[in-house]
Write a protein that binds this ligand. Sequence first.
Ligand code: ADP
Ligand code: ASP
Ligand code: MG
Length: 406
Amino acid sequence: MALIVQKYGGTSVANTERIKNVARKVISYKQEGHDVVVVLSAMSGETNRLIALAKEAQERPDARELDQLISTGEQVTISLFAMTMMQMGYKSRSFLGFQVPIKTDTSHTKARMIDIPDSNIKNAIKKGFVPVVAGFQGISMSGDITTLGRGGSDTTAVAVAAAIGADMCEIFTDVDGVYTTDPNICDKARKLDRISYEEMLEMASLGAKVLEIRSVELAMRYDVPVHVRSSFNNNRGTMVVKEDKDMENVLVSGVAYSRNEARITIKKVPDQPGIAARIFTPISDANIIVDMIIQNTRAGDMTDMTFTVPRTDYDNAMDIVRKVAKDIGAEDVTGDKNIAKISIIGLGMRNHAGVATKMFDILFRHGINIMMISTSEIKVSCVIEEKFTELAVRALHDGFGLEKND
Ligand code: ADP
Ligand code: ASP
Ligand code: MG
């Protein structure tokens, strides 16, 4: 008998019929004697719909009000699920973020969790209820509803699993597990039986949305075994586990892409000490994560500075950068939202040379221009024109021989 946290994503709870399917699945675990805590997302498309409504009301929606609005999607699914369980003869109780409580900081739309007391969930289990927790939301120290960032229900699930000391966190989604690349854009993608936390962390941070990045960070930190699998069948999915020595033999284990990218260039920045700090401090103060940064070679005593930010933060970042550019006497600020980042990931890169060169060559042979490059121990990323994203994914998947063996 185990204590299991199960998270079901938007497609799995897209309507009342699917919610019934999830309830049947949960009941089958209960019948085997396990204790289950369920974490749910909003119905698929709902969070996007709510964001679109917010933008109709206010050009750049106020972050506090946006959180009040977009957190409602999960309120609908958890209450419907609890009712469905009762209809099927099981005790169940839903919990919004503040009822757990999932305590967060005050950073609206990308809040970080601070603490999750386990008593309310554990008491509910003791009394025979199946607790159902709203994914994606929390309550800030000042009493406001917060959300954890897109895809944040995964993070809720792993955090709850860590908080209550669960034996396992199962992430039920619309694909059979973690693949070598997104199976929805590359039909040769191969399901992985296992992936290391480190590689999963890179894949998630580079855009593979099958797991939200902070869920992987938490799983790694608190040693939560994570099983990613489909909610539509009983197939074994992918276990996210600690690295073992066999894993280093694989040079490239996956290809990831992200369209949530935008590029900003500040032209003719004075090439002096302290300038980078003046540019990037107000951006990080606004909680915007800068990814790649390139400073061109000096031309006279001026230089160009180019960097990327999430596309969702582009407008705010541009406002900040325009102001700073004026203050420091830079010539101009330009931006581009039609870019994508494409990456290859693999533990084996640590001790093999030539992987990056092979990637550049594959992209070149497909006529894809590289605008920016960044590398780390186990990944190489290139910024390319967005329209080439799918072509690049398939070319790299083929080029590195990641396709199915059968
Ligand atoms: P959920 O609503 O269940 O949270 P998501 O849409 O957030 O589901 O994540 C699942 C999706 O992630 C898949 O449908 C797939 O398109 C995408 N995806 C991207 N990269 C990968 C990958 N390497 N393996 C599996 N799925 C991936
Ligand atoms: N409903 C939220 C979103 O669409 C959270 C999630 O599904 O994980 O981003
Ligand atoms: Mg998701």
